[in-house]
Design a binder for this molecule. Structure first.
Ligand SMILES: [Zn+2]
Length: 251
């Protein structure tokens, strides 16, 4: 959600914005701010509000919400807000970037708090479930992320799984496709799984730097396998396998 607070100051004639002085909208709005055009009056519970963009009185339903405003609404109608954003996209993005850089910790704390709310959690989970159902690449990415995180039990910290295993989602996709057997496709991913040829359970690792982590997650150790075959397989190994005896990739 964009915050137009800086530009609202310009509307009230309080602060000029050097970055945007060439913008025709600003000129118009400063004039309006100084003129005696009546403002939306919250007290009167009016259903109309004046838009500074198109110079028109519109129904309040034509305005987006803005929490910190007296009347709880943006100063421009939705249509003008979009146009304003389109015209000033570069500057606004730059302003937001500066703002984010200056308020990193506060914003991250806010985000954490926000996503902890049960209704937000539910919404994110639902979004993730739907996306997993409809986008096999999202699902694959999510499963590998989960797999790698679970195996490392927190040692992964904030690193991306791609940087730990040394290949990308695209590489993995290609690698699996090459091994598709009859009937396998991304449409029925879920009926087949990504299988570790030499099972994870027999590998010996604590951190992504350990040799066995690399071996367990190496592309050549991954294959698509029908879910049924996978559940039958359990942790049997066809070939003799020697787990790494030392950590830290020393072997
Ligand atoms: Zn408007």
């Amino acid at each position: 959600m964009l915050n137009f607070a800086i530009n609202d100051e310009a509307i009230q004639g309080l602060a000029p914005i050097p970055l945007l002085t060439n913008n025709p909208y600003i000129g118009d709005m400063s004039v309006m701010a100084k003129s005696s055009i009546p403002l939306f009056n919250f007290e009167s519970q009016s259903t109309k509000k004046f838009c500074y963009g198109c110079d028109t009185e519109k129904d309040v339903s034509a305005f987006s919400k803005h929490k910190s405003k007296k009347d709880g609404l943006q100063t421009r109608c939705i249509k003008c807000g979009k146009e304003y954003y389109r015209v000033n996209k570069v500057q606004l993005k730059q302003q937001m970037k500066v703002y984010r850089n200056h308020n990193k910790e506060t914003l991250s704390a806010q985000k954490k708090l926000y996503s902890k709310q049960p209704r937000v959690k539910d919404r994110i989970n639902k979004w993730r479930r739907d996306r997993c159902r409809n986008d096999p690449m999202f699902r694959l990415n999510s499963n590998i992320h989960k797999g790698v995180s679970t195996d490392l039990r927190g040692v992964k910290s904030r690193r991306k799984w791609q940087s730990l295993v040394g290949y990308t989602l695209k590489d993995l996709k290609k690698h699996l496709e090459k091994q598709f057997t009859e009937g396998m496709s991304w449409d029925n991913y879920g009926e087949w799984h990504v299988d570790h040829k030499i099972p994870l359970a027999v590998h010996n690792f604590l951190s992504p730097e350990d040799l066995d982590f690399k071996r367990a997650w190496a592309l050549k150790n991954l294959q698509p396998l029908w879910a049924h075959d996978n559940s039958v397989k359990h942790t049997t190994i066809d070939k003799p396998f020697q787990p790494s005896l030392a950590f830290g990739g020393a072997l």
